[in-house]
Write a protein that binds this ligand. Structure first.
Ligand code: OSB
Ligand code: MG
Length: 367
């Protein structure tokens, strides 16, 4: 696989409505689209999911753009590799910056799948024809408004509902939803909004029969997560804490949680996501695919990742219209019976909508 040139597009895609988490609010999905052109005239696409402000991980979009433009893509242009997995070696001298690396990794997997005439799901070793769709609902102004949002989500067919929480907008909100939906697969995501001293407060959540509580404590804090898990009946799922295979191994050894949210972007791409889900499967840790409010290019990769056997629970994979009036892919992603069909055509499985891309591109570079 020889890459002869590349394009970078910085895109601000409007969200249908503002998305609020414990760390902040977003009105647009700001991301970078990477196009890699190979010697045979094919193009592979990848998305860099880093937000404009580093409130989820240390990475942010402007830093990722510079890293891609000045370091990662120039490295790639000088080298020929035979499989996407070899990128790990090529980039081994560059610490972390997983979302920038993931943009290249996923574009290379797209090319690799196209070259071998397989869908991306097939190329990575996935074995599902459809994947389970779940929805993530941002923090709402009141429990009543939240219940309305959950009602809409259930009506649209989502199989599992995740609710963002923070201190002051948590137990009462979740209880209001549970009262109306006693059987719903319901979970909460705190994005690190709590501390170990909140354990007694979080223990009340056990009464709600949640599927899991995602990332209650700080990302680096596997030890306190282990202590908290001992006190909670509700399984802890780690998101921000799991950025590598080593993180997953440490979580397992320490007992810091029981479930992993594997985001392809956060762990540096599909090759590492594959390793983490294989490790998790061997040790009976459930996994599912998380999202970054990604555009269709990122969701297409997520759909493929979720076909891997270790992804056992419903994913944060939504229809295009859930987040965007105009997605950047054609056809848009739709649900059927609470599931998303896995494309069977070679590569990512979607075409790009260049009208939408040019409308919302704020900066671009050709390399
Ligand atoms: O923690 O999973 C998260 C959105 C922005 C930042 C962090 C998270 C999220 C989500 C959205 O929960 C999931 C999605 O893209 O559907
Ligand atoms: Mg999360």
């Amino acid at each position: 696989m020889k890459i002869t040139s590349a394009n970078l597009y910085m895109i601000n895609l409007p969200l249908q409505s503002a998305f609020k988490t414990s760390f902040g609010q977003m009105r647009t999905k700001d991301f970078i689209l990477v196009a890699l052109h190979d010697e045979d005239g094919r193009t592979g696409y990848g998305e860099c999911s880093a937000f404009s402000v580093p409130f989820y991980t240390e990475e942010f979009r402007n830093s990722a753009y510079l890293l891609l433009k000045d370091i990662l893509i120039p490295l790639l242009l000088r080298q020929e590799i035979t499989t996407p997995a070899q990128l790990t070696n090529l980039f081994c001298a560059i610490k972390r910056n997983n979302m920038a690396k993931a943009a290249i990794d996923t574009a290379m997997w797209d090319l690799y799948a196209q070259k071998s005439h397989r869908s991306l799901a097939e190329a990575i070793g996935g074995n599902k024809k459809e994947v389970l769709a779940g929805i993530s609902i941002g923090i709402q102004p009141s429990p009543t408004v939240l219940v309305q949002k959950v009602q809409q989500a259930v009506k649209a067919g989502y199989q599992r509902v995740k609710v963002k929480i923070k201190p002051g907008a948590d137990y009462q909100y979740l209880k209001a939803v549970r009262n109306v939906f006693p059987q719903l697969m319901l979970m909460a995501d705190a994005n690190s909004a709590y501390q170990l001293k909140d354990a007694d407060h979080l223990k009340q959540f056990d009464k709600l029969g949640l599927l899991m509580i995602e990332q209650p404590l700080e990302s680096g804090d596997l030890l306190n997560h282990a202590q908290l898990q001992q006190q909670l009946a509700t399984p802890i799922c780690l998101d921000e804490s799991i950025n590598s295979l080593k993180d997953a191994q440490a979580m397992y050894q320490l007992g810091s949680g029981q479930i992993i949210n594997i985001k392809v972007s956060k762990v540096g791409g599909l090759s590492i996501a594959k390793e983490i889900q294989a490790f998790a499967q061997r040790h009976h840790i459930d996994c599912w695919c998380g999202g970054m409010l990604g555009s269709g290019v990122a969701r297409a990769v997520d759909i493929a990742a979720a076909t891997l056997p270790g992804y056992t629970l419903p994913n944060d994979i939504s229809a295009s219209q859930r987040y965007f009036a105009h997605d950047i892919i054609k056809p848009e992603i739709n649900l059927s019976n609470g599931k998303v069909k896995v494309p069977t055509i070679p590569g990512l499985g979607f075409k790009l909508d260049w009208d939408t891309i040019s409308r919302y591109t704020i900066k671009e570079n050709k390399l």
